[in-house]
Design a protein around this ligand. Structure first.
Ligand code: SAM
Length: 284
């Protein structure tokens, strides 16, 4: 391992490529388009925790022990999330985008990389308050099966609710946040009506195809882990999945600036990284 944690030496870099190739060839999970700095940080952390001396030892474990693959998938998928994450984003969505969504008789919304579902329930709450939930269908996807399962269940630790309630209020929430869940001992379960129109399923942005005729795609804090080429491919996938005039929402540190397929979009609310699919350009 290099002494300076930010430095990647040649051998480590080769070993990392071999790990990615092994995971792809044996299991079909494609991490080859992820940022090398992110992958190296996570691989080194796993080596430390597992008492492994080299990335090659990690590769050997992943090839031979199914549990090691599961651990690696969890390591690489960083599923940190929260309800009404970046409340200002939801405030703008409510005030500036919801009035446009209201002009459609039905709505298809895709949460790509939804992690454990907090983002999806936040959207359902907002749609219900804006009178749009009944006409909406939400597709909630992630490549991590365990996260999708948790999203489907909608059960969250009770100790997070105070922070989520604060976010909800800052996001322009119109009611009391406790209208949306039932508390049971140390957990809360989100109201069933919030997931009635939601489909939870696995989808890998690196290898799977587009969804059709979406009005809104929310893909926040996912592209940040991808290299430029994969970002470009995924943004094109979003361009193909959205109707002309549909919206794409990215995370606060993400942009379309350096991305060729960014030309399919124009800014809608630039400060909140909300973009609109242009009417006059087709994916090449
Ligand atoms: C940091 S979380 C973001 C969760 C949520 N969107 C948010 O902003 O709070 C990143 C999510 O992206 C998912 N992810 C990473 N690579 C993916 C891929 N190739 N396809 C689909 N989901 C992916 C991870 O499993 C993880 O749940």
């Amino acid at each position: 391992m290099s002494a300076d944690p930010s430095e990647i030496n040649e051998n480590e870099s080769i070993e990392l490529e071999l790990l990615l190739e092994a995971v792809y060839r044996k299991y079909g999970y494609d991490f080859r388009g992820y940022s090398r700095a992110h992958l190296m940080r996570r691989a080194r952390q796993r080596m430390l925790l597992g008492g492994l001396g080299t990335i090659s030892e990690l590769t050997h474990a992943v090839l031979n022990e199914p549990e090691a693959l599961q651990t690696l998938l969890t390591d690489l998928s960083i599923n940190v999330t929260e309800m009404f994450r970046d409340p200002e984003f939801y405030l703008h969505l409510r005030r500036e985008i919801a009035p446009i969504l209201r002009t459609y008789p039905f709505l298809k919304i895709w949460h790509a990389g939804c992690s454990t579902g907090e983002e999806v329930y936040s959207m359902s709450v907002l749609l219900e308050e804006e009178g749009l939930l009944d006409r909406a269908r939400l597709y909630a996807t992630d490549f991590n099966d365990a996260s999708v399962e948790q999203a489907r269940e909608g059960i969250y630790p009770v100790e997070l609710i105070q922070a989520y309630t604060r976010n909800y209020q800052k996001a322009g929430g119109l009611r009391s946040f406790c209208d949306y869940y039932t508390a049971r001992y140390d957990a809360v379960i989100m109201a069933a009506r919030l997931r009635r129109n939601a489909v939870f399923t696995t989808h890998n942005l690196a290898t799977d195809g587009p969804f059709g005729e979406m009005h809104l795609i929310v893909c926040r804090n996912v592209l940040i882990y991808f290299n430029r080429e994969l970002q470009n491919k995924v943004v094109r996938l979003f361009g193909e999945s959205l109707i002309p005039g549909g919206f794409l929402c990215l995370g606060s540190k993400e942009s379309l600036k350096f991305c060729r397929s960014g030309e399919l979009f124009e800014p809608a609310v630039e400060s909140q990284r909300i973009f609109r699919r242009r009417f006059d350009t087709e994916p090449s």
